[in-house]
Design a protein around this ligand. Structure first.
Ligand code: GLA
Length: 657
């Protein structure tokens, strides 16, 4: 963020949610404001899906109702994040501009009647959206209720890519700008494979349905382009807002780990990182991803506070079976979001809808009204947040370990025609979890970040990586830092060309190993299990994968006892001055990972908050406060380094640390 960008500065923790008054008659609005006050609501996100109400026919704008809503909220002491309302064009728009509708890879044009039915590259959509944004900015830019702009909504949630002709043209332009000449593109894409050589940019199409595997670099470039096209829309709106209302901060709501948009590229353009998170109450492991998602949001903002823009008080309606959150779970998840850097808790939505596709999605104020468990919990949470606000608001969360998150690697390992199709985020979470068990906070970082403040850098499945990045990772170790590289890292360069000669490129020197071959461990081949025993300085098993690691200048910490790589190195370490470089050629199981994290913590002088690895709970420090959370429905004794802490089911403990 440049210093010129305005900031959201919440004096107290924000509390509230999406407010969709257009779904209700105006006599309900008075009750809304009164009950918001009872609940302690101080922020409402307004008009997110109101385009059809704001512009009922082309160029005809109706703002009187929104004036009324904003005035009422302001009179009630509630600040407004005003949406630009561009996430769902009205039916007249689709009728007038049918070519703006998105097209799937199979050539199906998606119709109106739900939401987000526009191609990200449609010039008609963009032009109309910007007209609406200009109107809103001019009308409400100085409204006293306005806290900031909420641009669009969850870019790419449903439609993140479109194979229509506008997108194809925009893709060709983007490729032209990226490569300059078609020959450079041919080299990058390796088009001498399968007779794919192009004579001009005009011959290139989006990678829609094809007989078999598409060109991998074309696929990767399509993913990069699609993220860019969404970001271009966001930037077009923000440019208008920055011009008309230069002092008003702006944001949009991100979606946690979202493969469709490279959030490292987005983050600098948001004045506040905002996130939507809907952990599944029926999944006892959901807290792991939730913790990581919070850490990602904090990391996207360079460590600054972020905001939980949407979550559910109880059940959602979009899973097959939608369990409510049991009493206490929403409070626990809210406080842990605050503990990991959020400066507030906003929900989808304030009042549960009476009609429409989300009528069974929970809200702050349920169908049954204010005399309900959910509303009582909402009021209690509002009161509690206002009590603890001063401890947390604006405070930072210290972390001395970085884990690299790289969208190109993510996209590449999930492509077809790979040794073993991976779920990249699930893999990262496997690495995240043993640190969570020890109460060691991680930051996520992009590959081009300055990593010098981190004692330990983790690079799991950093599959796609440039020479420059590999050299910088090596330099981290030479400077006395610690680095751990996981299997399937540095296999390809940014064009998805293989790093020849044993993979790893210049990191071979740093790690003291190269990789000769690999073997995914599969219970469907000649084995009954997908794990293999580790022997040496580690007890436990390796899962999913065996690298044939060739140590040249590295100590073997653990070897494979069986399987294709039996007798070969599984985990190695090379010391360099006070630094160290580890290679992990398998996915350690819980015991092996816990042992490794213990070694890394000692080596990098980390300070775990847990005395022993513990699942189902988390411990994290924000500002001067230690927060310990029980994510389970059972009471637990948490073995903190400072002593045992008893927690009730979904209990939360706050103390000065
Ligand atoms: C997303 C959207 C909201 C709503 C919720 C429901 O987060 O942004 O408009 O649809 O999902 O969970």
């Amino acid at each position: 963020m440049t210093p010129a960008q305005p900031r959201f500065d919440f004096p107290t923790l924000a509390y509230g949610g999406d407010y969709n008054p257009e779904q209700w008659p105006s006599d309900v609005w008075d009750e809304d404001v009164a009950l918001m006050q009872v609940a302690g609501v101080n922020v409402a996100s307004v008009a997110i899906f109101a385009w059809a109400r704001l512009e009922p026919s082309p160029g005809v704008y109706e703002f009187a109702w929104l004036d009324d809503v904003l005035d009422r909220l302001h009179a009630g002491g509630i600040g407004v994040l005003l949406a630009t309302a561009t996430a769902s064009p009205p039916p007249w728009f689709a009728l007038k501009y049918p070519q703006s509708l998105p097209v799937t890879a199979d050539g199906v044009r998606l119709g109106p009647g739900s939401r987000q039915h526009y191609s990200p590259s449609s010039p008609d959509y963009c032009r109309h959206a910007l007209q609406l944004v200009t109107q809103l900015a001019e009308r409400y830019g100085s409204h006293p209720a306005l806290l900031g702009w909420h641009i669009n909504n969850e870019y790419g949630c449903h439609v993140w890519t479109s194979y229509d002709s506008d997108s194809a043209a925009a893709f060709r332009l983007w490729l032209h700008q990226r490569y300059g000449t078609v020959e450079a593109l041919n080299v990058a894409w390796g088009t001498d494979f399968w007779s794919q050589r192009y004579g001009s940019f005009d011959e290139i199409e989006p990678p829609a349905a094809m007989p078999t595997f598409a060109n991998p670099t074309q696929l990767l470039d399509w993913d990069r382009f699609s993220s860019h096209a969404l970001l271009a829309l966001f930037l077009a709106e923000s440019q208008i807002l920055r011009r008309v209302t230069p002092d008003v901060p702006l944001t949009t709501n991100l979606m946690g780990f979202a493969r469709q948009a490279d959030y490292w590229q987005w983050a600098p353009h948001l004045d506040l990182i905002c996130d939507d998170a809907y952990p599944d109450p029926s999944d006892p492991q959901a807290y792991v991803r939730l913790c990581a998602q919070r850490d990602l949001m904090r990391s996207l903002g360079g460590g600054r506070p972020w905001l939980l823009m949407e979550c559910a008080t109880a059940a959602v309606q979009w899973r097959t079976t939608n369990l409510p959150k049991p009493p206490g779970l929403h409070r626990a998840q809210s406080l842990q979001a605050i503990a990991r850097g959020s400066d507030g808790i906003l929900h989808f939505q304030w009042r549960q809808s009476r009609a429409g596709a989300e009528k069974f999605h929970s809200a702050m104020l349920p169908h049954a009204g204010a005399q309900t468990r959910v509303f009582r919990e909402v009021c209690a949470l509002g009161a509690e947040l206002s009590q603890v606000s001063a401890r947390f608001v604006g405070q930072s969360v210290p972390a001395r370990v970085a884990i690299l998150l790289d969208w190109d690697s993510w996209r590449a390992v999930e492509q077809p025609s790979t040794p073993d199709r991976q779920d990249y985020v699930a893999h990262l979470l496997e690495w995240y979890q043993p640190f969570l068990r020890r109460g060691i906070t991680l930051d996520f970082q992009p590959v081009d970040a300055d990593l010098s403040s981190y004692a330990l850098v983790l690079a799991p499945m950093l599959h796609v990586v440039s020479q420059a990045t590999l050299e910088r990772l090596g330099a981290h170790v030479s400077a006395g830092g610690h680095l751990v590289v996981g299997y399937q890292s540095a296999v390809l360069d940014q064009n998805l060309h293989v790093w020849l000669g044993g993979y790893l490129g210049p990191l071979q020197r740093t790690l003291g190993v190269h990789i000769e071959e690999w073997a995914p461990l599969s219970p469907t081949q000649d084995r009954t299990s997908d794990s293999t025993q580790l022997v040496g300085q580690l007890n436990g098993f390796g899962r999913r994968w065996q690298d044939i690691v060739v140590p040249q200048d590295a100590e073997v910490v653990a070897s494979f006892a069986d399987g294709f790589a039996a007798g070969g190195a599984a985990v190695t370490r090379r010391r360099e001055g006070t630094g160290s470089a580890w290679y992990v050629g398998t996915l350690p199981d819980e015991a092996a990972f816990d042992a490794l994290v213990g070694l890394w913590a000692l080596e990098a002088d980390l300070e775990p908050l847990m005395a022993t690895p513990t699942s189902g709970v988390e411990a994290v420090r924000r500002g001067e406060t230690l927060v310990v959370v029980n994510h389970t429905a059972e009471p637990v004794e948490v073995p903190l380094i400072t002593g045992i802490q008893h927690l009730e089911p979904f209990g939360v403990h706050l103390s000065d640390s």
